[in-house]
Design a protein around this ligand. Structure first.
Ligand SMILES: C[S@@+](CC[C@H](N)C(=O)[O-])C[C@H]1O[C@@H](n2cnc3c(N)ncnc32)[C@H](O)[C@@H]1O
Length: 300
């Protein structure tokens, strides 16, 4: 199995950029090796619970077999790589990510779960030297939207997949359809500056919101049989409004917006957020809608 370079395979979780990072991905590497990555490690269990209705959709679409060789792009703290390893009990799974701290957490989780068939490498998936046709299945849970050069990244990923191999990934549809973000930030809006999710199409959570762009990118990279399916699921935000507020205000983005407000505005913002979230509390805790694309394709 391709395990990346020695330093990458054995990385100690240091918050350093990966070897061979593409110049255009420096800002992403800094964020995911910095406060954003720390937030994801700290909130790992919460994040897994947020995705609990989405992960099974991805895994079902991936069609992993017991002997599959699986590549997880932007695997983060390892949630889907571990799921893939459970499915590929006699196969192999490689999770690749920019973030040393998130990969350190992924390795801890894999060791605790007793899944020796999964390995992790710190690398930039846009340019990482994967073995040619080394994988049967490529998956990603919201890890495909951050490339400065998505055309190059998809060509690199296609090269790693054997002909006939399968790609399955989740990415976000338009921000306006994702109540899990619009509802909290609308509640905060009278008190704090608006969040910046980047220019349309620029690297960031919504860069693949346009299904036409997804299809063009996949076609250009050598994929066929492309399916782009809308997935609408409630996203769990917390056990109650206080838990949801704690989670949202731990996000580096929200923290920085609140830090820009004065003490009084901050207090009002948090009260408004709590009241808004309380209105979305049900038997399952606080939930808000989220809108994804589930993309599947085959390597031509
Ligand atoms: C939204 S998080 C999702 C993490 C994980 N897939 C999950 O579902 O928990 C996006 C992940 O993509 C990774 N990422 C962003 N750009 C990348 C790149 N060029 N190469 C590898 N990983 C990248 C980030 O470090 C981060 O872990």
């Amino acid at each position: 199995m391709d395990r990346g370079s020695d330093r990458q395979a054995d990385g100690d979780g240091a918050a350093q950029p990966p070897d061979g990072l593409a110049a255009g991905n420096t800002a992403q590497s800094e964020a995911w090796n910095g406060d954003v990555g720390e937030y994801w490690v700290r909130r790992r269990a919460h994040q897994e619970r947020r995705y609990r209705r989405l992960t099974p959709r991805l895994m079902a679409a991936a069609g992993i077999r017991a002997d599959s060789r699986v590549l997880d792009i932007g695997c983060g703290s390892g949630g889907t790589a571990l799921e893939a390893a459970r499915a590929a009990a006699a196969g192999t799974v490689l999770g690749v990510d920019l973030s040393g701290p998130m990969l350190a957490e992924a390795r801890r989780q894999a060791a605790a779960a007793g899944l020796p068939q999964v390995a992790f490498a710190q690398g930039d998936a846009q340019v990482h030297p994967f073995g040619a046709a080394a994988f049967d299945v490529v998956i990603s849970r919201y890890g495909m939207m951050f490339f400065a050069d998505p055309e190059g990244a998809l060509r690199n990923i296609a090269r790693a997949l054997r002909p006939g191999g399968r790609l399955a990934f989740l990415c976000w549809r338009d921000l306006a359809l994702n109540a899990y973000l619009t509802v909290p930030f609308e509640a905060l809006a009278p008190y704090v500056p608006p969040p910046d999710f980047g220019a349309p199409g620029a690297p960031g959570p919504f860069s693949l919101a346009d299904p036409g762009r997804i299809r063009a990118l996949l076609d250009g990279a050598g994929f066929g049989g492309v399916s782009v399916e809308a997935v609408d699921e409630p996203m769990w935000m917390g056990t109650d409004e206080d838990d949801a507020v704690a989670s949202l205000t731990a996000m580096p983005l929200t923290r920085s917006l609140l830090d820009q407000a004065g003490e009084e505005a901050r207090g009002r913002a948090l009260a408004a957020l709590r009241e808004t979230l309380a209105a979305h509390r049900g038997p399952d805790g606080v939930t808000l809608g989220c809108a994804s694309w589930l993309v599947t394709a085959g390597r031509r």
